[in-house]
Design a protein around this ligand. Sequence first.
Ligand code: UT7
Length: 335
Amino acid sequence: MNQSIISGLGKYVPENVVTNDDLSKVMDTSNEWIIERTGIETRRHIKKGDGNTTAVMGVKAAKIALERARLTPQDIDLILFATLSPDYYFPGSGVLVQEMLQIPTCPAMDIRNQCSGFVYALATADQFVKTGMYQNVLVIGAENHSGGLDMSTRGRGVSVIFGDGAGAAVVSRYEGSDRGILSSHLHSEGQHAEELSLIGPSTNRWVPEIIAANDPQDTSYYPHMNGQFVFKNAVRRFSEVIIAGLEKNQLTPDQIKLLVPHQANLRISQFVQKKFGLRDDQVYNNIQKYGNTTAASIPIALTEAWEDGLLNEGDVVVLAAFGSGFTWGSTVLKW
Ligand code: UT7
């Protein structure tokens, strides 16, 4: 039987550390407010001229993941790139990874599912591996938020949360049934698309239209989030989709070795932890250091958990995400 295992993990975050005090110099916010409402202490921002782009960071993470999987780029059969902040409007960033890694004509696909992007990408990789079509799939989640945030007081409800970075996983075929991805559970609810969105530039709001309007009050090209509404939906959907994963595999919360939730807000993770009665050592959080890195948050957290020696063969690991779309999902795997 073909199973899909994660054979290598890697992460990259820009060197430039931005503290809450740094932010309070450019907008009306405070270290106390940000820590109390989100748990975030620092995040990383690309610095102009440091050479990083979404794809470049993805490649840096991917190279580490490949080395740890003991594979070369030539062993990769498919690239899946999850991001909401691609290098270009089109084409996607996956093709840039194909070029940078020099994998001749390797197929590349971008996954546009924001905070749930990595879980969606992992589920997609799993299908290609389980059907036998591909042996090794490179899954990347990467984001360059910092350049596109409204760093004035007007944007503080969003801008203090997001950070830049990338994580990568190599998903490989494993012949055996004692390890691998057990199930994925994916959902969407487009009626709430605009509650967490960036409307323009887009085909709804073309760049020439934005320029012609010349309206200083126009914030359509900044991310918009109805924070409290998103928060309420997040805690509900996180819980539901974790329950779905546990039930499908006849598992109970005490059997979870590690829950790696999308790092949206520390308060959301704590709510979920309490709901399932999980101990601190069963939930991995690193939002304190990196903020919310959207599609990159789970692979960055998973990489750090692995580096900390928290993932051993046979451990039950649950990944769960919720975000813009709304989209949400979970993955249950046996490490
Ligand atoms: O990753 C994708 C999914 N995203 C999420 O799950 C995020 C979900 N939402 C959240 O995490 C929270 O809603 C936020 C962290 C975004 C906001 O926290 P909140 O506790 O919901 O605050 P709020 O939006 O209700 O704002 C409370 C007050 C407001 O002032 P007034 O109206 O009470 O005077 C805001 O203007 O806090 C103010 N505020 C700030 N104050 C200082 C908003 N942002 C800031 C800020 N610094 N950065």
